[in-house]
Design a protein around this ligand. Structure first.
Ligand SMILES: [Zn+2]
Length: 1101
């Protein structure tokens, strides 16, 4: 028998079926009995245990062996620290760990009271194995604990046996020895798993703000929120005490409460479910889910231009295209006298149509003298017919200015009040000669009546202040002359714009960064290198809260749920937080340690999730101290914060010292799953999900400073209005620019539509015809409010289009640009990340937008439908977005062929005819724009994206070049900016490069010879634009990041070594989330790519 077992021990590991064979032949019990009888016979025991270890790897065997008493036997063999028989112990502990993978066995072990035994054994080896010669046995013991704690009873027993403290203390002692990392990591895994799940410290996960929709939704998540009983509505919920008592209520109330922790995993099925959850849920479904998502319905892939709306209905949109029927007869084209920019306003009054000027007959009378051949196929009637009632006013920012006088009177009144109140502090400030009073800084942020406060901060007394203000408000506060650095910025204009901006919380404050503006720093900001062990140390600090609860302050310092007083008065021991300003998004701040704060972000309005964007203010900081901030309710399973991205910080003291700018900041940054449970209501029914923590540390260099932190460079709706107003002032007589109000949003904000092109050379028939026949380019941005980078790219595009460069002039002569620069003003204003006020993602509404609920989408789509009807569908449609999980800038387009090929549907692809034109623009961009990466582009149509702008404009409007352009929030891993985080300069440059690319596209399409164009494009595709993307077909993103080998997994429910290894690799080395085909971002507006073929030389396929 001994020899037989020795032989089996050698053969066993090589035969995968050995375990099954042994069971079938009844050999399991022979081995068990042999072990039982020879517990003292080490020589015999060793091969038997080796064989048992092999047997136990099979789950059915493990259960069978467990019934035969194998676990009890193992505990007889296991022993306290000893230098003897260590190899035997190693095999025994491994066999036990294998047996305990079976939950039945795990429960058996718990019932037998072995959890304290295992902990005691582990501690004994930990204490005595001082030279770390037997870490394998120690790791084996932890492996047993890890498997036992996969069961709920196991976790309970572990906690009751003080396992948290034991593993925490032992791990802390191991931290300094690098070779003990596996022990620390496994301990950390167990502790995270057993860490009691908590609710978020909120009365409800529904947004702190509520917007009452006039039209209730019939179905969908928002309707669900609405259909909850009134008792669950916002304000009443606030009085419900927090705590986990809700979980103990009976089932019925559970369904109603929106944020209950689903921690009842008593029944086997639920438990199995939750335990199979891996950290990165998207990974799990890959790559299958991606293939599943590819559109396979060939009918849906064929553009369906057949318009479903009668033209009569669309005719009202004619008023947004007056340029298409303008005859310019009343214009003075003598540029010799009007070409200076000072006269830029002269043509404006002529060009810009107003409600008064646009009588219903306007179009007809104006266009009749010029008998212009309509563009091919265009219905001449559409040009000549009268526009129906033109009631929409055009967006005229001058109106705002007209109100200014009134506002100033109001302000001077406020000024008096404020001045009186703070006279004393003013005098102090005057003595100090400080350009900005500390009083004011602690009173931050700037109120809407900011001019007044700004004025008093200048150090003058009441009257003094008043006179100065009257002379020159800008000179009072010594802010940098941003006007020189920022031609589109104007402090007073900004405040004016804010006054016309409508927010649900009715903000009256202005954040300093938006007021002062942002001047991109001249230096580049490299991606942050990750410090080894940062995640582990952060997690240990979290666990420490449980071990030493008395060290935790748990002091609420900011709370939006206390509507009367969200900013809690500081006693000087805490930071002061605020985010009650446009685009602000902080719901709660809790001081947990002297220099550490837990932060909770607000959900999108009328929603109970979408937390990612943040923008808040802190003051009352101590210079030199390092503060740790934890945003504890992040949702995505991974983040660029794990791959070099830093948060953005703006210091007011820096700004008034001449450096008004957002800078990348923060150390010890990491993103990991935490112990706050997510309600299944907010996860679409998935149970057992947790939130994620984004943690960063920062210190402050100025006393009495006010600083702001943001997810990305903020860009408010008021900023857009200010920029548009300034852009309008940049117009020269050569530029045709018009601003219309496309519609009003639910929140009462105007959605702007811009028209930019060149004025015709003259009002001759030829010139006017050339003008009218220019192809259209349709651009939009910021449908997702959290994607502020899209606005910076759009700003670059707009500035380029309005610039005086010859390229810009050629571009304007080549095209008519129709631009909706902000598709979701309400979301932006209210600090949403993803949705509009209806609580819906507007970029999922394009198939069937509702005029009441999704006005901006409804009317934008109508504009495009109008254009299709009049045979003027745009040459290019592009919607600007930001991408939170990939680097670089890239595009998603739509290709019938590429989708068919990828989906393997049985259509004879040789029958499919498709122009390759859709590839030209991204290809040009990859050649000229350093941040752009062709390798990240994809042209596959996904089913989950069928209601996005890109897909609908392609399919229904028939625009072949219909794109989503995604810009990273993080940085680049190729090209000139490789290794650097992206800044506004690079984003704006991208917007300008997009314009240049359109000019190149024009030169190609202008050739008319279609075959020639194709040749050109395939030439283009064949060229090697940038060295980095030289081999796109084999592009993998494995070089994307410096790897870090810490498991991101917080729940650690993976049951075996392999799973764990996968997790580690996924989190670190291979950077799964970066790899498009492994990680479809389901929430993203556009799908992920398919590396294998997406950038291959298509012509050859
Ligand atoms: Zn987006």
């Amino acid at each position: 028998m001994l020899q037989l077992h020795s032989l089996l021990a050698k053969v066993g590991p090589k035969d995968r079926k050995l375990g099954v064979k042994a069971r079938l032949s009844g050999a399991l019990n022979i081995t068990i009995n042999l072990i039982k009888k020879n517990l003292q016979n080490v020589k015999l025991l060793l091969p038997c245990l080796q064989v048992l270890r092999v047997y136990s790897a099979n789950m059915v065997n493990a259960i069978s062996l467990g019934k035969s008493g194998a676990i009890e036997i193992m505990f007889k063999i296991l022993a306290p620290y000893s230098k003897k028989n260590t190899s035997l112990l190693k095999v025994a502990v491994d066999a036990l760990a294998a047996l305990l993978k079976s939950k039945t066995n795990a429960r058996r072990a718990v019932e037998a009271g072995y959890v304290p035994t295992l902990l005691a054994l582990y501690m004994d080896w930990h204490r005595n194995d001082t030279w770390h010669r037997h870490t394998a046995i120690r790791k084996g013991l932890l492996g047993c604990l890890r498997n036992i704690t996969n069961t709920k009873v196991g976790r309970k027993a572990f906690t009751e046996a003080d396992g948290m403290r034991i593993l925490y203390n032992s791990s802390s002692e191991c931290l300094t020895v690098r070779t003990l990392d596996p022990l620390v990591n496994t301990s950390s895994l167990i502790m995270r798993k057993c860490f009691p799940k908590n609710r978020l410290p909120l009365p409800t996960i529904k947004s702190a703000f509520h917007y009452q929709l006039a039209h209730a939704l019939a179905s969908g998540p928002v309707a669900q929120l609405y259909s909850q009983p009134p008792g669950e509505q916002q304000h009443t919920v606030k009085s419900v005490p927090t705590g986990r008592t809700n979980a103990q209520l009976c089932i019925e109330p559970l369904k109603k409460v929106d944020d209950v922790v689903d921690d009842s995993d008593d029944n086997e099925d639920t438990e199995a479910d939750t335990e199979n959850d891996t950290e990165n849920e998207e990974d799990e479904k890959d790559p299958r889910s991606l293939n599943d998502d590819i559109e396979k319905d060939i009918n849906k892939l064929h553009p369906q231009k057949s318009p479903s709306r009668p033209f009569e209905e669309l005719r009202v949109y004619e008023r947004f295209f007056v340029e298409l029927s303008e005859d310019f007869q009343g214009y003075n084209f003598d540029r010799s006298t009007t070409s200076s920019s000072s006269s830029a306003r002269t043509p404006r009054t002529v060009i810009v149509p107003t409600a008064q000027a646009l009588s219903p007959n306007h179009v007809t009378t104006q266009s009749s003298p010029v008998l212009c051949a309509p563009p091919k196929g265009q219905d001449p009637q559409s040009l000549l017919s009268a526009a129906p009632a033109l009631q929409l006013d055009t967006l005229r920012f001058s109106k705002e200015r007209n109100k200014k006088e009134e506002a100033e009177q109001e302000l001077s009144h406020v000024l008096e009040c404020v001045s009186l109140k703070t006279e004393e502090s003013l005098n102090i400030d005057k003595q100090k000669g400080s350009p900005i009073s500390t009083q004011r800084l602690t009173q931050s942020p700037l109120l809407l009546e900011g001019i007044a406060i700004r004025c008093l901060a200048g150090g003058g007394g009441g009257s003094d202040c008043g006179s100065e203000a009257a002379e020159d408000e800008g000179a009072v506060l010594e802010v940098p002359d941003t006007a020189q650095l920022l031609p589109l910025h104007d402090l007073d204009l900004y405040v004016d714009m804010v006054k016309g901006t409508h927010s649900v919380p009715q903000y009256t404050e202005v954040a300093y960064p938006d007021y002062f503006g942002h001047v991109a720093p001249t230096f580049r900001e490299p991606l942050l290198e990750r410090v080894y062990g940062v995640q582990r140390s952060k997690i240990f600090q979290d666990i420490e809260r449980l071990i030493h609860p008395n060290d935790i302050l748990d002091k609420i310092v900011y709370d939006l749920d206390i509507t009367s007083c969200p900013v809690i008065e500081s006693d000087g021991e805490s930071l002061k937080f605020n985010s009650q300003f446009e685009s602000g998004n902080l719901r709660k701040a809790i001081q947990v340690r002297k220099y550490e704060y837990d932060l909770v972000l607000n959900s999108d309005i009328n929603s109970n999730h979408h937390h990612q964007w943040f923008y808040f203010e802190v003051s009352g900081m101590r210079v030199g101290a390092t503060y740790r901030f934890n945003i504890i309710n992040c949702e995505k399973s991974n983040s660029q914060f794990n791959y070099g991205m830093q948060v953005l910080m703006y210091s007011v003291q820096e700004a008034i010292s001449g450096r008004p700018r957002w800078v990348r900041t923060g150390t010890d940054i990491c993103y990991y799953k935490n112990h706050f449970a997510r309600s299944s209501i907010a996860t679409g029914g998935q149970k057992g999900k947790s939130y994620y923590t984004m943690t960063f540390s920062s210190s402050f260099s100025h006393k009495d400073d006010v600083c702001y932190f943001a997810y990305h460079y903020p860009y408010t709706y008021s900023s857009l209005k200010m920029h548009l107003s300034k852009l309008e002032a940049m117009r020269t007589p050569e530029i045709y620019m018009r601003q219309d109000v496309l519609c009003e949003t639910l929140g009462g904000n105007s959605c702007a539509l811009l028209t930019i092109t060149a004025m015709p050379e003259s009002n001759s028939v030829d010139h006017v015809c050339q003008f009218r026949n220019r192809p259209l380019i349709f651009l939009s941005a910021r449908v997702h409010p959290g994607e502020t980078n899209a606005s910076w790219v759009m700003k670059g595009t707009l500035e380029f289009l309005m610039s005086t460069s010859p390229l810009a002039a050629s571009l304007r002569e080549a095209y008519i640009f129709k631009i909706v620069p902000m598709l979701n003003p309400d979301g932006v204003v209210n600090g949403n990340h993803r949705c509009s006020l209806s609580g819906e993602d507007l970029n999922r509404q394009w198939q069937n937008p509702n005029a009441e609920l999704h006005p901006t989408i409804y009317h934008t789509k109508s504009l495009l439908q109008y254009l299709t009807h009049t045979q003027r569908a745009p040459l290019v449609f592009c919607d600007y977005h930001g991408h939170s999980r990939k680097k670089n800038v890239f595009m998603y387009g739509c290709s019938l062929k590429e989708t068919v090929w990828q989906s393997n549907i049985s259509a004879a692809s040789s029958d499919l005819h498709e122009d390759l034109g859709y590839r030209a623009l991204p290809k040009i961009l990859s050649q000229i724009a350093p941040a752009f990466s062709m390798a990240s582009c994809s042209f596959v149509v996904e089913r989950s994206k069928e209601s996005t702008a890109r897909v609908v404009v392609w399919r229904e409007i028939g625009v072949q070049r219909s794109y989503t352009m995604e810009s990273t929030v993080c940085g680049c891993d190729q090209g000139k900016y490789k290794g650097f985080q992206i800044g506004t300069r690079e984003l704006e440059e991208m917007g300008a490069q997009f314009c240049v690319a359109l000019l190149r596209l024009k030169r190609m399409t202008g050739l008319h010879n279609h075959q020639h164009l194709l040749d050109l494009e395939s030439d283009l595709i064949g060229t090697q634009p940038k060295a980095v993307s030289s081999c796109p077909t084999t592009y993998v993103m494995d070089e994307d990041e410096p790897s870090f080998l810490e498991a991101i997994d917080y729940s650690a429910e993976s049951n075996d070594e392999d799973g764990e290894a996968d997790n580690e690799a996924g989190a670190g080395g291979r950077e799964i989330p970066e790899t498009p085909d492994l990680r479809p971002e389901r929430l993203s507006d556009s799908g992920s790519g398919h590396d294998a073929w997406k950038c291959g030389p298509v012509a050859s396929q």
